[in-house]
Design a protein around this ligand. Structure first.
Ligand code: MV4
Length: 446
């Protein structure tokens, strides 16, 4: 079994994985690009190897350099975190060929669920509810228009290789369909080197609900409840909560059963997330499966008491899950605010620079997962997220009050952040009444 883990990522998730490894007595190898020399994960790991220049394609996405770093350091396992190579089937294959244990699902799981139209077809065959739409990919605009009329407008055009909101086009009427379809198709060809598209009925103002799955190598699969990720801005999640207070136990049981069935259908192994849309009538529909640990995993950890990164590592070590579905108990309510180095007054454009003063909130039920420190220089090269503030309360009201209090305590000077933007959300009446959906931020806050 492996004793040394290479973390093929940076920032807060790299720290998160290093911490879990240390608590499990595993040695850690950090990889970093030249601009990340002073990133905290480099200092926290037992060893650190520079894998290339700032440009991700030459460093954090450079399969050869990452594999070489693992071989040179003697790491027997690699944790990819999220983003970068975490859902790259070629990386999974190369790890296997090089005898390195990838802490994550198989190449086949990644490939199958990475093709969103194939994933949808697999779910239809398994009897899992999907949004009404095309059975297969849609060849051209003429065929697409015919199908869209059958489905009924509005429809949403999606790229098979898209996901996470990339390569999507919402179409409200016949006359705009052909241009929208052809534009989306050509954008997808460029972005994903794959122009296959599919069409679904557009569910208006849904909630975006995702279920956390854990599956070991012996067929044991269970869910750890849901996360409400409806608060998004331009397809970027802003604030996530767990559980979703409008989901009652019977509905949670039904959705959880479908999430487990989805994972079972593809013989999934590892931590994964099943994404659903929940409409205003409480109908739910599968839309995607994510084959990685997600940014927002901490809200599930704090309401279940389960360390998801440690569970990923145990599964990769070939251990059986130590708990059954009946052992999973949801306690209280958690909220995560993604703290970004961005300027809300300049349409949230990234705001890199040097952190001058940094004060981390604390007290009961407050957790901050971040890699920044006073004097840290935030590079312009990567994602603008610099940390996550997670607050737990015995119910949603207490979690909100605690999140507000912690945001008021948080001090980050020298750069712009979205902390005030979060405070605005947490003071909004409709948010407090939990009247939220995927249009909330655009309609209520912007
Ligand atoms: C949808 C949808 C409404 N109807 N599909 C796809 C990627 C996933 N992460 C979110 N996606 C959505 N798929 C149908 N049939 C609404 C979303 C969606 C969304 C879409 C556009 C802009 C922001 C969004 C935020 C959450 C969910």
């Amino acid at each position: 079994m492996f004793k040394k883990v290479l973390i093929a990522n940076r920032g807060e998730i790299a720290l998160r994985i290093i911490r879990a490894c240390k608590e499990m007595g595993l040695n850690t190898v950090a990889v970093y690009s030249e601009i990340d020399r002073d990133c905290l994960h480099v200092h926290m790991a037992d060893e650190a190897i520079c894998i290339g220049p700032a440009d991700s394609s030459k460093s954090y996405l450079n399969i050869k350099n990452i594999i070489s770093a693992a071989i040179i350091s003697g790491a027997e396992a690699i944790h990819p975190g999220y983003g970068f190579l975490s859902e790259n089937p070629k990386f999974a294959r190369v790890c296997k060929l090089q005898g390195l244990k990838l802490i994550g699902p198989s190449e086949e799981n990644i490939r199958k669920m990475g093709n969103k139209s194939e994933a949808r077809r697999t779910m239809v065959e398994a009897g899992i509810p999907v949004v009404p739409g095309t059975k297969d990919v849609t060849i051209n605009a003429d065929e697409g228009l015919k199908l869209a009329k059958e489905i009924g407008f509005p429809v949403i055009i999606k790229a098979s290789s898209g996901g996470g909101g990339r390569g999507m086009r919402i179409v409200y009427s016949e006359k705009e369909f052909t241009d929208a379809f052809n534009t989306a198709k050509s954008e997808s060809a460029v972005a994903f080197n794959d122009d296959s598209m599919y069409i679904e009925k557009y569910i208006e103002e849904p909630r975006h609900i995702e279920f956390q799955i854990l599956a070991d190598e012996y067929g044991n699969i269970l869910h750890l409840g849901e996360r409400d990720c409806s608060l998004q801005r331009r397809n970027q999640k802003v604030l996530e909560e767990a559980p979703c207070s409008i989901i009652d136990s019977p509905l949670r049981e039904k959705m959880g059963e479908m999430a487990v069935k989805a994972a079972k259908t593809v013989n999934y192994v590892g931590a994964g997330t099943i994404e659903f849309l929940l409409d205003r009538y409480n109908n739910f529909y599968f839309i995607e499966m994510n084959t990685r640990i997600q940014v927002e995993h901490p809200v599930t950890e704090v309401i279940t008491g389960i360390d998801l990164i440690k569970e990923q590592i145990k599964i990769a070590k070939g251990e059986e899950l130590k708990f059954t579905q009946d052992d999973i108990k949801i306690s209280g309510h958690a909220i995560e605010c993604r703290i970004n180095a961005e300027d809300p007054n300049k349409s949230f454009r990234p705001s890199p620079g040097t952190v001058e003063h940094y004060f981390v909130p604390g007290g009961n039920g407050v957790r901050v997962d971040s890699h920044i420190y006073s004097g840290y220089r935030i590079p312009p090269t990567y994602d603008s997220m610099i940390g996550k503030l997670i607050a737990w309360g015995k119910n949603r009201e207490e979690a909100i009050a605690r999140t507000r209090r912690a945001l008021d305590e948080m001090i980050i000077t020298g750069i712009n952040t979205n902390i005030d933007f979060h405070r605005k959300i947490l003071d909004n009446k409709k948010f407090l009444e939990n009247q939220i959906n995927t249009s909330f931020i655009e309609k209520e806050i912007m």
